[in-house]
Write a protein of this length. Structure first.
Length: 76
């Protein structure tokens, strides 16, 4: 038979706050890294005025490009 030792509520709350802070920090770090990676990838996309211009330049269907205003498009 095991004995259950109650945990003082303030200790439990403190531990939960620390866990939440650590979880938040890790997720914010991850989100920041992903945003930077996507931002860099989109900056390096070829730029075309529209789908017709992208096709005339030889961009294959299904490939990404961006317009001069920064809108990311998919070549049809």
């Amino acid at each position: 038979m095991s004995t259950v030792v109650p945990v003082a509520p303030e200790k439990y709350e403190r531990r939960e706050q620390q866990n939440f802070r650590e979880w938040s920090r890790r997720n914010i770090d991850h989100a920041t890294t992903m945003a930077s990676a996507f931002s860099e990838a989109f900056r390096n996309l070829p730029e075309y005025a529209d789908d017709t211009a992208a096709g005339a330049a030889g961009l294959a269907a299904g490939k990404f490009y961006r317009t001069a205003t920064g809108v990311v498009m998919v070549k049809l």
